[in-house]
Ligand binder design. Sequence first.
Ligand code: PBG
Length: 333
Amino acid sequence: MLPTRYYPNTRLRRLRGNAGWRDLVAENTLTPRDLILPLFLRADDDAAEIASLPGVMRHKISDLPKIIDAVASAQIKAVMLFPKTPDGLKTDDGAEALNENNLVGQAIKKIKSHNKDILVITDVALDPYTRHGHDGLIKNGAVVNDETVDVLTAQALLLARLGADAVAPSDMMDGRIGAIRKKLEAEKFHNTIIISYAAKYASCFYGPFRDAVGSGQLLQGDKKTYQMNPANSDEALQEVALDIAEGADVVMVKPALPFLDIIQRVKREFLMPTFAYQVSGEYAMLMAAADKKWLDGERAMVESLLAIKRAGADAIVCYGALQVAENIKKLGL
Ligand code: PBG
């Protein structure tokens, strides 16, 4: 029970009077160790710039060592890889996902041979590789579940073989965590982490990401038959419960700021390592407002991330992770 407190014996402003007290009683902090940096990969002759994600670039494989040095010196522990597959390699079945020399395969090798301590998290889904932009296989106009899970399982095993520290299924097919875990165990990848995008919503905040991997123009229809309805909250707990039972090590909620209630419920209910993904649209909104000088972008970004931590996230995927690491120092957080 909360004790009854009265003014003036209690003045809550006492502990807000200066930075020293404020810091001592701060309930949450943000550090670079809380952040994961997504990296977009490109073929050498593809464009680096992403119009809808200012400040974020697609990197060619040979540029990765430089970026990884910056990540390490910022004390960021992990990167997450997303390829912009050249259009000519996209097919209806997304077969390029299973090519060990695809952009992600090359990137894992490059990064690990340069700095083996930076954790490499790889996405499991087919949308960067399919001509229709969906995360799974399409039969008779519908994204089919079980056949897709077979392909995702093969993709996850390949990524583990190539040396990824974690696989992160972002596809929202039913049963994929169990199938991937079973395969990884059978093949003796006992220590490959599975970060499940357990509660991933069919959100319009993914728009800039789809531009970045070149799936936006291609996407036929929407992803509402597999990603969650933003109206739902209890259903997120069902999704998370299943993925934990199937063998997820970490569960993730996505997007982050519009879904803080979900992050909080998931963390409280399951007490699991819980990550949140500050998605491309969240980042783009802040950058656009900052560009117009309507917001102090640096502070707005830090405040958003702190809110996501306060809700219960243990780590946050953030496109601005490198700049945020700088700003944490600069703002004296
Ligand atoms: C697709 C995937 C998406 C994101 C990460 N993996 C987009 C989608 O589901 O369409 C979105 C990330 C972002 O918007 O930053 N498997």
